[in-house]
Write a protein that binds this ligand. Sequence first.
Ligand code: ZN
Length: 319
Amino acid sequence: MIALNDRSYRVPARPTVVICADGCDPAYLEAGLEAGVLPTVARWRETGFYALADAVMPTFTNPNNLSIVTGAPPALHGISGNFALDRDSGAEIMMTDPEMVRGETILALMSQAGVPTAAITAKDKLRRMLGRGLDFAHGGICFSSEQAERCTLAEHGIDGVEALVGRTAPDMYSADLSLFVLDAGIRLVEQERAQLLYLSLSDYVQHGHAPGEPEALAFHRALDDRLARFAELGCVVAVTADHGMNDKALPDGNPHVLFLEDILNRPVRAPSRRARLVRPGLSQDRRAAGDAGALRARAARYRCGVDPRRSFRALRAAL
Ligand SMILES: [Zn+2]
């Protein structure tokens, strides 16, 4: 057993795979089940455990990934967003530095207890935080599919990842970025190189496609195929998400934009105490939009991982 944040965890007796399916709103599973493309999930829903869970606040990728691997809320693990304000310099910084993580992760403690542990993430920005404390000298593995071709034994505990998976590292903005993570995990289990795996995917597909769209169904079918393979290999498998997804456009197609600084500053009279919004974690907007016209054109199809109703309720409570 290992203990962390008032919880105890058994050392896995057989390969145990925890998958964070980024942005996998329950609506994607419901649409996939209805379309019959998720036979493994359907089976597990009947014979395993299936439930809706709340994300931690704020509903961003980094706080939720860290909550999954620590079993604790951001107040304890310290990763309160994808971005933060550095009070000393006033700079807006990405929360990717492993030094920002307070305390240990379950992955690190398992690795240090001698369990061969692998953390694989789609985007490299999560890698160093998830790999914090892994024993790379004794079987610890941590890499991203984004930078799969750059792995070294010293830094990642593995090399030759493209050969392992059997294809080159995928494009950063592709469905395959996630599937590569899952396929790498499958190879590690097949080769008995990992007993505990944390596989964190990307929400590229969910950002672009609503549940029930062919692209979303194809992606979730491919995810289900991999789940079936893990089951076939005798793994214990848990699949969860870091947050859900919402349409970013109003029903009339106009972008649904809330200017949070204006809202937050409304009850604040003193100019010295005005709120400053630190990168709202919507960098893909900027990439996809470029200008307001493009944003308008794409908004009807473009989806957002942050639930504005939940987030706004929490902001109001905090004020
Ligand atoms: Zn996410």
